[in-house]
Design a protein. Structure first.
Length: 758
């Protein structure tokens, strides 16, 4: 149903109407089509509104328009909702299904008994409802509770809708603040920054203006400082220097020339936040560092806990040399010196770091450590940051592996509406040893949660490649752990003979050394370059490779090929590539249902990716009755079914089936192509990298290295060799402010001697 291309006829009018029926309502954006009566006439009303029901009275302000297909209708710019009056309207409202357990018959009995006083009785004297056949005392109390909640929720949703805020905020605000949610919003709109719906500061600032709070209000200044600090977590910073934080906050807040914000104003705002312990300030190597309190606590805890574990030396088992020799015979391999050193450290120390590039034997070493732990009688858990990384780890080691979130049993806190882990200091993990792979992807908050759940004597083996891209979240944790020198570390450097036969492996190491790999395409190689200087031609070639050339000539099906790009934008960015690949690999057909959201169409058979952590999404096994909760950023799935009418999707994530309602579709993207950052932790049979254009900050050595190392059997770069040369030579890494390394080395509070080690 479409209600676009409207032609305005008259000026703004205000109408009093009664809802007869809800023809259409979009839960995602609140767009609604109503059939109403007013002034003796029946007509259609369209606009953004909260969920409504038949019988409700509306005061609507807007204009009459003529739609080319649907004729005359009233376009509402603002809507106020009132409870219906009169017995007939009250009956129509109660019988519309708005209240649980109240159908047409019971609604008729209630209205016959109490008439126009029905709502008053429900709200103030529910015990009287028991006089009506079919109403028990328990049911009456439940109806009263639901009635009061819906009245408050309706007013809250009206307010959100009026100010162009997402209506899905309503339930979360109600959980936080209950019936007083609307009063809280009027008093301090900046509480919206505490939600996880990523509302930008400018939107909330407009609401602040609407409710009459001045630009120099203390709450606004404090919120601006906190927003600036929190916003930079997305840039990987655990803290910001004060001399960078306050100028950035000043630029954000200086929107009203009649009420200028001074540096002293922001200094005072920061002081108040510090007194309330919402931020923490500390000297970190000569920097006046400002932390959000939770990040400070996490960083301090990680440093203290890992330092303690690094100093503790569990006694190695008797006959360790003999034990390792037995494992070598069982696996039919003789370990290299570095590998043997890693196994010995894992058996004798509580925490170790294991790192190395492709082809250096990390998998063999992990298997050896796992076998030695098993021989020592240790119960070992395997984990990784993402589902695909965990699956790959499990396949390589021949054991079950879990995401860190699943290992910690991430769940939904009904009181706060936020994620919570079941395991912590009070309920530690039931494991004697934990091996975590892809540590370069782990940020400070996740490491904090993991360490809290590690028992006092549990061993920890942290594995990864610090030359890959750092975590999306705050900190550069694995790199800083290694460079601190505090934790026993083994770096595997020998490239084994078999791996030397792979141009992928050797090319990745060349890139890491700042050398562009040979771009001539030798027969039998697993590393190719196809020169395409124009973005459109590169896209055509990539589509052809996925659709025909690789499946037909090399036997690699399209679902085992992953297209990567450094960027989402431009012709060869993931947005455009996904549209082109979807059209070629999964075109529309009569037997494929689809759902549209914005400019994206999701179709049965599409490859999709979850783009945010959702801890309360319920999944069930594709085969079996088991289920669980949680789908996480970067998880890849396939659309099994789509319902265009209800705007719902069913997606299978490696056998975990999830139902997506319309309000959740914004958490999905097509995944025929993805950014290199999103591919981290995964491995694909074939990888195609679009190397034509991108912002300089994305065309880096780390992006190219990470992209190459995602390929197992075949890597193809399509684009401009000059772009590849720029990537190889650009070893610039954005500075990330974090005090973890300094805390591990005991340097917090000391002046910086030469250069900051960030």
């Amino acid at each position: 149903m479409s209600f676009s291309t409207e032609i305005e006829q008259d000026g703004v009018e205000t109408l009093e109407v009664t809802v007869q029926a809800v023809i259409f309502h979009n839960d995602e954006n609140g767009y609604t089509v109503l059939r109403v009566t007013g002034g003796g006439d029946q007509f259609a009303v369209v606009g953004t509104m909260p969920a409504l029901h038949a019988g409700e009275l509306l005061t609507i302000e807007g204009t009459w328009v003529t739609h080319p297909s649907f004729g005359e209708q009233f376009k509402a710019d603002s809507v106020q909702v009132r409870l219906p009056t009169g017995a007939d309207a009250i009956y129509r409202y109660l019988s519309s299904g708005v209240f649980k357990g109240i159908g047409e018959k019971l609604a008729r009995r209630l209205v016959d008994q109490f008439g126009e006083d029905t709502f008053t009785v429900i709200e103030t004297a529910p015990e009287q409802l028991a006089q009506v056949k079919g109403m028990t005392a328990k049911k009456a109390r439940a109806l009263q509770t639901e009635f009061i909640q819906k009245s408050g929720m309706r007013a809250l949703l009206e307010f959100l809708s009026l100010h162009n805020l997402p209506v899905e905020l309503g339930p979360k605000l109600w959980r936080y603040y209950g019936p007083g949610a609307l009063d809280v919003l009027h008093a301090n709109p900046f509480v919206l920054l505490n939600t996880d719906l990523e509302i930008d500061f400018a939107t909330i600032d407009r609401l602040r203006t609407a409710v009459g709070i001045p630009a120099d209000d203390a709450q606004r200044l404090e919120a601006g400082v906190l927003y600036t600090l929190s916003h930079n977590l997305d840039n990987g910073h655990a803290f910001l220097p004060k001399d960078k934080l306050l100028p950035a906050a000043h630029r954000l807040l200086s929107t009203d020339p009649d009420l200028p914000i001074s540096a002293d104003d922001l200094d005072e705002a920061l002081d108040r936040l510090e007194v309330r312990m919402q931020v923490v300030r500390q000297d970190v190597l000569g920097i006046d560092a400002v932390y959000r309190a939770d990040l400070y606590d996490a960083e301090v805890y990680i440093a203290q806990r890992l330092s303690e574990m690094a100093q503790r030396e569990p006694l190695p088992p008797e006959g360790l040399d003999s034990l390792i020799a037995t494992v070598e015979r069982t696996q039919g391999i003789a370990y290299a010196e570095e590998q043997r050193r890693a196994v010995e450290l894992a058996a004798s120390r509580q925490v170790i770091l294991l790192t190395g590039g492709p082809g250096t034997g990390k998998t063999t070493t992990l298997k050896a450590i796992l076998s030695v732990f098993e021989a020592m009688g240790l119960e070992t858990s395997l984990a990784a940051p993402t589902g695909r990384a965990a699956k790959r780890l499990g396949e390589l080691c021949g054991e079950d592996a879990y995401t860190i979130h699943r290992l910690l049993e991430a769940g939904y806190n009904q009181d706060t509406g936020d994620m919570a882990f079941s395991h912590d200091e009070d309920d530690p993990l039931d494991a004697d040893a934990i091996i975590v792979d892809e540590m370069s992807m782990v940020d400070i908050p996740l490491m904090f949660s993991l360490l809290r759940a590690v028992g006092g004597a549990c061993r920890l083996v942290l594995v990864g490649d610090p030359d890959q891209l750092p975590s999306v979240g705050p900190g550069q944790l694995f790199d800083h752990l290694i460079r601190s020198g505090v934790i026993p570390t083994v770096r595997l450097t020998e490239i084994f003979r078999q791996a030397q036969q792979s141009a992928i492996v050797m090319g990745a190491h060349q890139v890491n050394r700042g050398i562009l790999p040979p771009l001539h395409n030798a027969a039998g190689s697993d590393f190719f370059f196809l020169r395409r200087l124009q973005g459109e031609r590169a896209v055509e070639t990539i589509v052809e490779l996925c659709q025909k050339r690789l499946p037909q000539n090399m036997g690699i099906p399209a679902d085992q090929i992953q297209v990567l790009s450094p960027t989402r934008k431009y012709v060869t960015g993931t947005v455009n590539l996904n549209q082109a690949l979807q059209a070629a690999l999964n075109p529309p057909s009569e037997d494929k249902d689809e759902v549209k959201r914005g400019g994206v169409t999701f179709r049965t058979g599409d490859r999709v990716m979850q783009v945010r952590n959702n801890y309360d999404l319920i999944w069930r096994e594709e085969e079996g009755l088991k289920g669980g909760m949680g789908v996480f950023n970067g998880d890849i799935g396939v659309v099994r079914s789509a319902d265009g009418r209800d705007r719902t999707l069913t997606v299978s994530f490696d056998g975990k089936v999830v139902e997506y309602t319309s309000d959740l579709l914004g958490e999905l993207e097509l995944a025929y192509a993805m950014t290199v950052h999103k591919a981290q932790g995964s491995e694909y049979r074939a990888v195609i990298l679009a190397a034509v254009s991108g912002a300089p900050m994305l065309l880096t050595r780390g992006v190219l290295y990470t992209g190459i190392t995602r390929a197992r059997d075949l890597f193809i770069a399509v684009g401009d060799e000059q772009v590849l040369e720029k990537m190889v030579s650009n070893d610039r890494q954005a500075r990330r402010y974090s005090g973890l390394r300094a805390r591990l080395t005991g340097e917090v509070g000391e002046k910086e001697p030469e250069a900051l080690p960030f």
